[in-house]
Design a protein around this ligand. Structure first.
Ligand SMILES: O=C(O)CCC(=O)C(=O)O
Length: 261
């Protein structure tokens, strides 16, 4: 019998609320080592940036390198990296974490499959006093054009640092996943359509998900979610891995990354 899989009440909560939290799954020591791996991977991505293709969407700087997309913080001319996707290939420790049973066994329960593949893996950095927030959105509208099993793409956020309201912890709208893909905003911008129309979800159901470093936050691809800027003097770094049934190719990569079983 697996020790990591979700209990029946946890699985029920995931299906009813669109998320479930497991606090402190990984030790503080493990997260300190992971933070070092993350910072090495940031240096590797940064080294690729000068050779990449730079473009701007609504004034926000993105660079497609040969191996990932790097998104920069939004303030003018910022050189601070905000997001790297995909990230797992940039460090062996992050790649190994994709296969960790503490993550994959709960994911198998959520996907309802014995074997999984990775869909995508990203690093959201939220540096101290510099990390910007994420507007309310669902992930499914980003992915629906690249995939015909968008309902089977659950996410897990791995808290590298403690997650608190003042450092911009992840927030979710409880129950919002039940309505499938919701309409986006219409404001004439390039990215506006990816933010969820605020008339279509209930802001009173907003849940900040807090927890110590090493916590796991599982959430549905249809859950409306976002977060506030990091106003604290502490980093709020997190990895987000998204899984799918086995033998299917990754997002925008013509390769399958099956999970070791
Ligand atoms: O890192 C966060 O707080 C939110 C991340 C998010 O919404 C996303 O990456 O889709």
């Amino acid at each position: 019998m697996s020790t990591n899989t979700l209990s029946a009440p946890e699985l029920k909560a995931y299906h009813e609320d669109g998320y479930v939290v497991r606090p402190g799954v990984f030790s503080h020591t493990a997260m300190t080592a992971l933070a070092d791996a993350v910072e090495e991977s940031v240096l590797r991505a940064r080294a690729e940036v000068p050779h990449g293709h730079t473009y701007y969407l609504d004034g926000k700087r993105f660079v497609d390198t040969t191996s990932c997309t790097v998104q920069f913080e939004h303030t003018a001319d910022s050189d601070e990296i905000r997001v790297i996707e995909p990230i797992h290939h940039l460090h062996a420790a992050i790649n190994a974490l994709v296969d960790d049973p503490k993550i994959t066994e709960p994911m198998c329960a959520i996907v309802g499959q014995p074997r999984l593949a990775l869909w995508t893996a990203k690093l959201n950095l939220k540096r101290a006093e510099a990390g910007s927030g994420f507007g309310w959105h669902q992930d499914s509208p980003y992915w629906m054009h690249n995939c015909n099993h968008v309902d089977l793409l659950p996410n897990v956020m791995i808290a590298i640092d403690e997650q608190t309201p003042d450092n911009g912890c992840f927030e979710v709208i409880r129950g919002s996943h039940r309505h499938g893909i919701l309409p986006g905003t219409v404001d004439g911008s390039r990215l506006g359509g990816f933010f969820t129309d605020p008339k279509t979800f209930d802001l009173t159901q907003r849940q900040p998900l807090t927890g110590p470093a090493g916590s796991l936050f599982f959430f549905s691809p249809h859950s409306v979610h976002g977060s506030q800027p990091n106003h604290s003097n502490r980093a709020r770094r997190a990895l987000i891995f998204t899984y799918q049934p086995a033998d299917k190719p990754m997002l925008k990569i013509n390769a399958v990354r099956n999970v070791a079983s």
